[in-house]
Design a protein around this ligand. Structure first.
Ligand code: NAD
Length: 258
């Protein structure tokens, strides 16, 4: 676990939500690779445990916690467990999210809208609300929230998801201003189309749908979860010490021409 470290986060603790799959899992593994202790948080207990096991098998330290980020009490319990186990919180990647089934606004059910907002936006708020005081106690920290390309442009059939992801950027920028002088740096990452289980569900596993997704990417391929993980680790590092309140778009050029 000590080979080829770029950032060397030994002695630091990272809290990663949505870490059972996709972008979150890859980022949890990347933090561990850099020596950080990792709190692996997910709605799926088995999934969180599986990621934690992967980290431990590679010689790292991890704590798996089942938590629904749309439930503020769950979030508080997860953070308390993190502090009990590792004694500190340096980094948070608030990444857990759900997709919205394609539907025009008038056809989106109230339940779908509210659930999307509760998980994708509420989840980020609850996490930050309880992480920031822990970081202030530490003398600082770094938070990265997952928005999306859908956080910077509108998309037909994705109104609820876009609303939540635009909201994540507003929340990120406001909190970033509030805590900039206290050493808690807060940014967002906006992934393009990344090859994860979420996109597998979205394309329903058909080659035709996958090609349609690739066609939206000027680079001519889907993004890799590692490409988001690298951005998150950079944003958490001292090298990014002057980056505050940014929504970093990492999308193969998808939104560049819009
Ligand atoms: P994924 O579905 O592959 O993984 C998401 C993980 O979040 C899952 O393990 C799931 O169990 C967990 N999760 C869902 N609801 C939760 C909840 N209420 N509490 C805790 N955990 C919960 O998704 P992904 O593609 O890795 O996406 C991760 C994040 O990136 C999401 O916020 C998503 O909106 C965003 N995003 C993804 C893409 C993409 O193309 N994959 C693009 C832009 C933004």
């Amino acid at each position: 676990m000590t080979t080829h470290r770029k950032w060397n986060y030994e002695g630091k603790a990272a809290f990663v939500t949505g870490a059972a799959n996709g972008i979150g899992q890859t980022t949890a593994l990347a933090f561990a690779q850099e020596g950080a202790d990792v709190v692996v948080v997910d709605l799926s207990e088995d999934g969180a445990k599986a990621t934690a096991r992967m980290i431990e098998e590679q010689g790292g330290r991890a704590l798996a916690v089942r938590c629904d980020v749309s439930n503020p009490e769950d979030v508080q319990v997860a953070l308390a467990a993190a502090i009990e186990k590792f004694g500190r919180l340096d980094f948070a990647f608030n990444n857990a999210g759900i997709e919205q089934p394609l539907a025009y606004t008038a056809d989106v059910s109230v339940e779908t809208f509210e659930r999307n907002l509760r998980v994708n936006l509420g989840g980020v708020f609850y996490c930050m609300k309880y992480q920031i005081p822990l970081m202030l106690k530490n003398g600082g920290g770094a938070i990265v929230n997952t928005s999306s390309g859908a956080g910077v442009v509108g998309i037909r059939g994705q109104g609820a998801y876009c609303a939540a992801k635009h909201g994540v950027i507003g929340l990120t920028k406001s909190a970033a201003l509030e805590y900039a002088k206290d050493g808690v740096r807060i940014n967002a990452v906006c992934p393009g189309i990344i090859d994860t289980p979420m996109i597998g569900r979205f394309t329903q596993g058909t080659e035709e749908n996958r090609k349609r997704m690739i066609a939206q990417e000027p680079i001519g391929r889907l993004g890799r979860p590692e490409e988001i993980a690298n951005t998150v680790l950079w944003l958490c590092s001292d090298v990014a010490g002057f980056a505050i309140g940014h929504a970093v778009v990492v999308d193969g050029g998808q939104t560049a021409g819009l």
